[in-house]
Design a protein around this ligand. Structure first.
Ligand code: PMV
Length: 328
C-alpha cells in the first residue's frame, strides 16, 4: 500500500498529428485499435498537468484551465485515475489541474496531449515508476492517440491485440530536421460526432472498412520506408491519401458524417494549386474541419503568407516536431 498522501507531480506532453490515421477499435474498453498508426509529435500545442493523491479529499477534484470540469469529463478522467489507482494499489482521491497551451482560436485542444500528460503525472504521483512503453500503454486507456504523445518526433503505435501488446514506439528519420506543419484553424466549436462515436460507426457500417484495414497495413509499411530513405515527397503523398481515405470511411458510414466545411475544401484546393506552382506541400485532416499542411522548412514562409491573406493571421500556426513527455 502507498503512503496516505502522495507527492505532487507535474508533467508536460505535446499533441501529435497522425500521418497514417487510427480509425476504429478492436476493443472499446482497452482501446485496442483495428490497425497501427503513425504520427508526428508537434512542439506548438501542449498540455501541462499536475496531480497529487491525498486522503484529505472526498473525491477526485479535476480542473482544466482553472475551471472544474463538467460531469462527463469528470467521469472520463475519474475512470482513467481508477486504472492508475488499481496499478499502484492505492484508493486515494486525486487533485488534478491541467492547462492546455493551445493558441487562441486554434481549435486544436487535443485529448492526445491531455491523456499523455495525465498518464505521466498521475502514475508518478501514485508512486509508480513506468518506462515510456508502459506509459504509452497507460495513456492509450484514456485516448488512443495519447499513446503516441509519450514520445517525440515520428511515432508508431503498434496495434497489438491486448493491453500488453498495444503500445507506441519512436521512429528515427532525418526528415525530422526539415518537416514542418502549418496548422490552419478554421473552427473551434465542439464537433457533433466525437472521434470515438464516429469511428465506431465506421467499423460497424462503412462498406469499405475491411479495405481500410488492408490499406493501412500498406501505408504504414510504405511510410516507414520513406522515413528510412528521407523521402519527403512520398511521405506527403501517402499522408494526404490516407487522410482522405479515412474521411471516405466517415462519409460512407450510416448515418454519413462529413467533417469538412467550405473552408476545408478551399484549403484542399489551395494546397493543390500551391503544389502545381512547385511549392511542395500536402494536407492532412483529422475528425474536424481544420487542415494541417505538411511541408519543408524552406516553404513555411510562402505557405503561411499565402493563407494569412485568406484567413486571420492568428489562424495560421507553424509547428515544428515536438519532444515526448517531460516532468517539471
Ligand atoms: O485518440 P482519439 O480517440 O482522439 O482519436 C484520434 C483520431 C484521429 O485523430 C482522427 C486519427 C489519429 O490517428 O490521431
Amino acid at each position: 500500500m502507498a503512503t496516505p498522501s502522495s507527492n505532487q507531480v507535474t508533467a508536460k506532453a505535446h499533441t501529435n498529428i497522425a500521418l497514417v490515421k487510427y480509425w476504429g477499435k478492436k476493443d472499446e474498453d482497452l482501446i485496442i485499435p483495428q490497425t497501427g498508426s503513425l504520427s508526428l509529435t508537434l512542439d506548438h500545442f501542449y498540455t501541462e498537468t499536475t496531480v497529487s493523491f491525498s486522503k484529505g479529499l472526498k473525491t477526485d477534484t479535476i480542473k482544466i484551465d482553472n475551471q472544474l470540469v463538467n460531469q462527463k469529463n469528470w467521469q472520463k478522467i475519474h475512470s482513467f485515475l481508477n486504472i492508475v489507482r488499481k496499478k499502484a494499489h492505492i484508493n486515494l482521491p486525486a487533485e488534478v489541474s491541467s492547462f492546455n497551451h493551445v493558441p487562441y482560436a486554434a481549435g486544436l485542444a487535443s485529448s492526445a496531449s491531455a491523456f499523455a500528460a495525465l498518464a505521466a503525472a498521475s502514475s508518478r504521483a501514485a508512486g509508480l515508476s513506468l518506462n515510456k512503453k508502459q506509459l504509452s500503454q497507460l495513456a492509450r486507456r484514456g485516448s488512443g492517440s495519447a499513446c503516441r504523445s509519450i514520445f517525440g518526433g515520428f511515432v508508431e503505435w503498434i496495434a497489438g491485440q491486448d493491453d500488453e501488446s498495444s503500445y507506441a514506439m519512436p521512429l528515427k528519420s532525418d526528415l525530422i530536421n526539415d518537416i514542418r506543419i502549418v496548422a490552419l484553424t478554421i473552427k473551434t466549436s465542439p464537433k457533433k460526432f466525437s472521434s470515438r462515436k464516429a469511428m465506431r460507426l465506421s467499423v460497424q457500417t462503412s462498406p469499405y472498412y475491411k479495405s481500410w484495414i488492408q490499406l493501412v497495413k500498406h501505408d504504414l509499411a510504405a511510410v516507414k520506408i520513406t522515413l528510412l530513405n528521407n523521402d519527403f515527397s512520398t511521405l506527403g503523398h501517402i499522408s494526404e491519401l490516407n487522410a482522405m481515405r479515412m474521411h471516405a470511411l466517415t462519409m460512407s458510414s450510416d448515418p454519413s458524417i462529413l467533417y469538412f466545411n467550405e473552408a476545408t475544401l478551399r484549403i484542399i484546393n489551395s494546397v493543390k494549386q500551391l503544389r502545381e506552382k512547385g511549392i511542395e506541400c500536402y494536407y492532412t485532416i483529422d475528425a474536424g474541419p481544420n487542415v494541417k499542411i505538411i511541408c519543408k522548412e524552406k516553404n513555411v514562409s510562402i505557405i503561411s503568407k499565402y493563407f494569412e491573406k485568406i484567413f486571420d493571421k492568428n489562424r495560421v500556426i507553424v509547428a515544428k516536431p515536438g519532444s515526448g513527455v517531460t516532468y517539471e
